[in-house]
Each structure stands twice: as structure tokens, then as C-alpha cells.
Design a protein around this ligand. Structure first.
Ligand code: URA
Length: 276
């Protein structure tokens, strides 16, 4: 069925370039409704591109085609664009909208949801995790899976939580707002283009203290990795005190490290009490 193959190739080539998870799913459902039962090739063929354009008047064998000046595509700098977009945001709603409109991070195409934040904006403690996992991607909130449940227990142990009950609330976000495929580690260019949004997020919520959870967050905010060495060592991020801590997902895999995590939580609590 050539006409169908043509349409299919068009959908496929669009899928390779632009469309997101929701559109890809709709395209797949449409193909199934149309009766597609098998794929005939791994590589899409765009029959529209293969069609020869009709010869132009005055152009044919033996007649030189007029030279058409080719305009080079303007170079895009995803980090510079992110900086401009983030800087223009004067509140969190604008920042979320700017992230949703930002086109250069490939992760958005495979994600179901943009995972922006949870907890209480303006809380004294802001927690920065790494990236959404499967549960976060499905629900659209950070730290709602197993690691999130452990995080809630850790916070409750020092009388903190994400419920909007004022004084002891926390605010939670991630370095990346979209889930990386198969939960792979974020790539340096992905971190670099999301960093201006994260920095603006911190500036807009103005916490007293940052908790930097795991290596990816340390890389993004402190410019270094090595959480085993960094944890518990207070640092500074844009003038704010920041404490690196083991990521709860790491603690699930390495329960023996909960001892150090507990020490860091007590240190955080002491810092908050001191500033009361
Ligand atoms: N791990 C993170 O770093 N963030 C989440 O939101 C969930 C798991």
C-alpha cells in the first residue's frame, strides 16, 4: 500500500525530529487503527523527499541552473538561549512555562510530563535532586517513587516535610525536569542547558538553605562530583549555604551509608535552628 507507506514515512520522519511522547503515542495508535500489523523496515523512508521536483522553466539538460545563494542556518547556542529565557522569568509560573517552551533539550521528547517541583515555594529548605524517574514522569512531581518515600522519611526524622504547613516545609526540584530514557545519567550538555533554569528557580524561591542530593546535583551546582567526599561539607551556591547529601536512591542500594546521611540531616537541622 504505497499511499499508506508514504504517510507512514512522513509520520516516522517527523517522529525522528520533533514530536514528543504524547504525539508519538497518538501516531502509533493511529497506525494501529489503520490496520498496521507489522513494520517492514527499521529505517523510515520519506517518499516525499524521494520525489524529483519538476524541472523549472529554462532549466534542463545543457542549461545551467541559476546559482541560488545558500543562507547558512543561524547558529543556536542552547545554553545562551536558556540563560535569556530563564532571566526573563519573574515568577515560578513563568519559569515553568519557559521550560515547557524551551526546544533544545532532547529529553522532553521522550518524557510524559515536565516535572517542575513539589512542596512549598519560599520554604527555608530547597532540595535539588537529579532527574525524574519513571514514577515522577508518570505523575509529574519530583520524588514520588521509592527514593521519594525514603526522602520523606528522612525529612520527617528532622521534622521537615513537603506539606504546606509553613515553617517546617521544604521545596523540591531536580536538575533536569524531564526523565532521561531508561534513567540513564544526564549528559553534560543536558545539565548545562538546564542550569540557567535551575539557578533562576533558586533565585525566585529564595530558600535559606540548599540540599544538593547526589552527584548530578553536585556537578550542576558545585561544579564537582564525588558525593562520598563532598557529603556533609557545607558549600556555597550563589551566596546560599548548600549541603551535599547522599541521594536517597543511593541509600536504598547502600543502607550502610544511612549513618552518614543521618549525621548530615542533624547538621541541616542544627543550621536551621541556629538561623531561627
Ligand atoms: N530521583 C531524583 O533525583 N529525583 C526525582 O524526582 C526522583 C528520583
Amino acid at each position: 500500500m504505497p499511499a499508506f507507506a508514504c504517510a507512514f514515512a512522513g509520520v516516522q520522519s517527523r517522529m525522528d525530529s520533533q514530536i514528543d511522547w504524547h504525539a508519538a503515542r497518538a501516531a502509533l495508535e493511529w497506525q494501529m487503527e489503520m490496520g498496521v500489523t507489522e513494520t517492514i523496515s527499521d529505517i523510515p523512508i520519506n517518499r516525499f523527499e524521494q520525489m524529483q521536483p519538476p524541472p523549472k522553466a529554462g532549466v534542463g539538460p545543457g542549461v545551467a541552473a541559476p546559482a541560488v545563494p545558500v543562507q547558512p542556518a543561524p547558529a543556536t547556542d542552547p545554553v545562551a538561549e536558556a540563560e535569556v529565557a530563564a532571566e526573563a522569568c519573574s515568577d515560578l509560573a513563568a519559569l515553568k512555562a519557559a521550560l515547557a517552551a524551551y526546544p533544545h533539550c532532547e529529553l522532553r521528547k521522550g518524557a510524559r510530563n515536565l516535572v517542575f517541583s513539589d512542596g512549598v515555594p519560599g520554604a527555608r529548605v530547597m532540595i535539588v535532586g537529579e532527574a525524574p524517574g519513571r514514577d515522577e514522569d508518570r505523575i509529574g512531581k519530583p520524588f514520588v517513587g521509592r527514593a521519594g518515600q525514603l526522602l520523606d522519611k528522612m525529612l520527617a526524622a528532622i521534622d521537615l516535610g513537603r506539606d504546606p504547613d509553613g515553617r517546617n516545609a521544604v521545596y523540591i526540584t531536580n536538575v533536569l525536569p524531564w526523565r532521561p530514557p531508561q534513567n540513564r545519567d544526564p549528559k553534560p550538555d543536558e545539565i548545562a542547558m538546564m542550569l540557567p533554569f535551575l539557578k533562576r528557580h533558586i533565585a525566585l524561591t529564595k530558600p535559606d538553605v540548599l540540599v544538593v542530593m547526589g552527584n548530578v546535583s553536585c556537578q550542576a551546582l558545585l561544579g564537582k562530583r564525588g558525593i562520598t567526599r563532598l557529603r556533609g561539607q557545607w558549600a556555597e551556591v550563589d551566596g546560599l549555604p548548600a549541603i551535599p547529601m547522599f541521594h536517597p536512591a543511593y541509600l536504598l542500594r547502600n543502607p550502610a551509608a544511612k549513618r552518614e546521611a543521618w549525621a548530615d540531616l542533624l547538621d541541616l537541622q542544627a543550621r536551621l535552628t541556629k538561623k531561627d
